[in-house]
Design a protein around this ligand. Structure first.
Ligand SMILES: Cc1ncc(COP(=O)(O)O)c(C=O)c1O
Length: 355
């Protein structure tokens, strides 16, 4: 057995490519952005400073997608990542944030860097356990919800989302709803949590396949939150890059079929990888949204090492997502590559005992 790789986080794998490498790592769509996106760029206009809150035209377009909203409800950020970072940093030290576990790997570091304290509620069978949620939400400043979820691929039931919306409102707790996968649901319509106590985070990275462009946004009905976020952004990143904002605005003009077509592709890949991993003997949840699977896997670090060093296959450790004894695979790959990846996984299974 090789010495397991000493990886602290996905940092060593993000963006990694190379001849023969099959990466089930990064959640980066390999599909093209809508062609409209490229039509928006205007370098004569885009090489200046812009409004901290984000370009008005983009906020106007977003306001049409959020009933009852105005451009003042939005801040355009450098990806959803910056939106999450700014929100928690405006709330100050020591406040508790309820976090379902497994979670997106950046959540705990973002909270810790904001000097906030994560309180964990463990998912049951990949879903929020409302009994535990109700006990632990008391005294929290906010809860952080992500449905569809990275890494579980689960979509919370509408009743659960409505219950969270109600309980938090009654208790004066904010909900930060990370909806970056809102358009990638295979099973049913989305239910966006809403209300004055909700801060919605979203992104152009996944829906429009523009991860590297780094455009996301947050929505809030609370003017003070918008003002505080803008004040912090003024002294950190300043405006979000204008080329990206123009591309984002233009991408929104793509016909609805662009997203519908992608969903068909994601669903086909989901079906393929789900069946493939089941056939190999893995125990996993069937994804209902996003593009991740989180199979159970003993000796995960050894397995990840063998997969990477001997078979050039990148996977992520479940422990980075608060799920030890699991590995996470993103299926943002075409079916041929998924097939090849699965065949290499089959080989690696002969070397490491994972079941
Ligand atoms: C749940 C979740 N939130 C936020 C992000 C960050 O997205 P962005 O590229 O918009 O910063 C990701 C990226 O994978 C994610 O999975």
């Amino acid at each position: 057995m090789p010495e397991p790789l000493k990886l602290k986080s996905p940092a060593d794998f993000i963006g990694k490519q190379g001849p023969g490498v099959i990466s089930f790592g990064s959640g980066q769509p390999d599909l093209p952005p809508p062609k409209e996106a490229f039509e928006g760029v205007n370098l004569n206009r885009d090489l200046r400073y812009g409004l901290i809150q984000g370009e008005l035209k983009l906020r106007e377009a977003l306001a049409k997608e959020y009933p009852g909203s105005t451009p003042e409800n939005f801040v355009i950020t450098n990806g959803a990542s910056e939106a999450l970072d700014l929100i928690f940093r405006i709330w100050g030290k020591g406040a508790k944030v309820l976090l379902p576990r497994p979670y997106y790997y950046s959540y705990p570091p973002i909270l810790e860097m904001a000097n906030m304290v994560p309180v964990y509620t463990d998912l049951i069978d990949g879903r929020i356990d409302m009994d535990d949620f109700k006990k632990k939400v008391k005294g929290c400043k906010a809860v952080l919800i992500n449905s569809p979820s990275n890494p579980t691929g689960r979509v919370e039931e509408i009743e659960t989302l409505k219950a969270i919306e109600k309980i938090t409102k009654e208790q004066g707790v904010y909900v930060v709803s990370d909806e970056v996968y809102k358009d990638l649901i295979y099973e049913r319509e989305n239910y966006p949590i809403h209300g004055d106590h909700v801060i919605t985070v979203n992104s152009f990275s996944k829906t429009y396949c523009m991860c590297g462009v780094r455009v996301g946004y947050l929505w809030s009905a609370d003017k003070k939150i918008i003002d505080d976020v803008c004040e912090m952004k003024t002294h950190t990143s300043m405006n979000t890059n204008l080329i990206g904002q123009d591309m984002a605005l233009a991408a929104m003009k793509a016909p609805k079929e662009y997203i519908d077509h992608q969903k068909l592709i994601w669903r086909e890949r989901r079906d393929f990888i789900y069946k493939g991993l089941l056939d190999l003997g893995f125990d996993l949840w069937k994804p209902e949204g996003a593009f991740y699977v989180l199979p159970k896997c003993k000796n995960a670090r050894e397995f990840l090492t063998v997969l990477y060093q001997d078979y050039k296959v990148i996977t992520y450790l479940g422990e980075w997502f608060g799920a030890p004894d699991r590995i996470r695979l993103s299926y943002a790959l075409d079916v041929k590559q998924i097939e090849e990846g699965l065949s290499r996984i089959r080989q690696a299974l002969k070397k490491v005992c994972v079941f």
